[in-house]
Write a protein that binds this ligand. Structure first.
Ligand SMILES: Nc1ncnc2c1ncn2[C@@H]1O[C@H](COP(=O)(O)OP(=O)(O)OP(=O)(O)O)[C@@H](O)[C@H]1O
Length: 331
């Protein structure tokens, strides 16, 4: 038995074959930059799992290690109980991978490109047509890849990750170059894949789509997981403020700021915006002062939670020996 076969024959220690992805104590350093720092997480089969975090937080590095495209300095990864590293050809047909720098056969048309990718996995011509259609590229099927727009190319990269019907799909910022219609159309495709029981690992900077799509998310900051939970639980447990929007002219800024429970007052887009963590109390006060006609409320969103958490972590970093008081719910 070769050394490589011997390494594959033994699943990484502590693996649970029922999990789609297990990341166990993975670290990766580039020079003096610790890109991923002792990350552990488990993604269940059929789960839609989001990876969020600021630029340079280590998301792509972590995902590439999960995909078996990059080697971890330490720790291990198991996909369906098997190590993706060194290159594990038995796992490849079960994985769909779209990276930020997907490679294309640029002299081919969109349809030829996808047929070529499909042929590598033995996927059918019907699958090619259906996948091209699902990403809205049917009318561009005969255009050369190098003549497609950035967003169309991105859709082709997504199609290339999906065409062979993989069980585990990694999408790294798939909607980055998509227009709003294409973005929403992709959400529907992804919801369909989730309904079929596929597992999706999804990196995004769009907090609204993480909230709309993901069963759970992990927020990564400086190579470490700051929090892992469902978007619902994170928003529910968060201390991020709600916002009350009043039409301008009803109260001035001083009056609004004097209401007990109001943390901050700003003027935004024709509204006086009151941030509060006690919205019921503030609403009652606004009702007494000016009535609630035309008043809109917006409860905290995942974006608020994310901004609140990353700001607190950044402040904690700047304070020697400081630590952020987060609602950490490590997986
Ligand atoms: N091949 C590499 N060589 C050296 N440094 C790298 C390499 N790839 C990434 N880095 C560095 O590692 C850190 C993590 O980068 P990574 O691309 O994983 O972050 P990210 O969270 O995916 O960022 P983004 O949201 O901007 O895509 C960054 O500081 C980046 O500059």
């Amino acid at each position: 038995m070769s050394e490589v076969q011997a390494m594959r024959a033994t699943p990484p220690e502590g693996t649970t074959p029922s999990a789609a992805v297990q990341v166990m104590g993975v670290s990766k350093r580039y020079g003096d930059r610790q890109a991923v720092d002792d990350v552990s997480l488990e993604i269940r089969r059929g789960e839609f799992f989001g990876l969020l975090g600021p630029n340079g937080a280590g998301k792509s590095t972590l995902v590439e290690i999960m995909e078996g495209l990059r080697r971890a300095d330490s720790g291990s990864v198991a996909l369906f109980g098997e190590s993706p590293w060194p290159r594990n050809t038995t796992l490849l047909p079960r994985l769909g991978v779209q990276t930020q720098s997907s490679a294309f056969f640029v002299r081919q048309t969109a349809h030829e490109h996808l047929r070529t990718v499909a042929a590598l996995f033995g996927a059918s011509r019907t699958a090619v047509d259906a996948t091209l259609d699902s990403v809205g590229l049917t009318e561009h099927r005969d255009i050369q890849v190098e003549s497609l727009s950035g967003g169309q190319r991105q859709r082709l990269a997504i199609a290339s990750a999906l065409v062979h019907g993989p069980e585990l799909i990694f999408l790294d910022e798939p909607t980055a170059a998509l227009d709003p219609q294409a973005r929403r159309a992709l959400w529907e495709v992804l919801r369909g894949l989730k309904a079929e029981g596929r597992t999706i690992v999804y990196t995004t900077h769009h907090l609204d789509e993480a909230e709309a799509l993901c069963d759970r998310i992990a927020i990564i900051v400086d190579g470490s997981i700051a929090v892992t939970d469902s978007p619902h639980n994170l928003v529910d447990a968060s201390e991020a403020p709600s916002r009350l929007m009043l039409p301008l002219g009803r109260l001035d800024e001083q009056q609004a700021a004097a209401i007990p429970g109001v943390d901050r007052v700003t003027v935004q887009g024709g509204s006086l915006v009151l941030e509060t963590r006690t919205s019921g109390r503030v609403l009652s006060a606004v009702d007494r002062l000016t009535g609630l006609d035309g008043v809109q409320t917006r409860s905290a969103s995942l974006e608020d939670v994310y901004l609140d958490l990353t700001a607190r972590l950044a402040r904690a970093r700047q304070t020697p020996g400081g630590h952020a008081e987060t609602t950490e719910q490590q997986a």
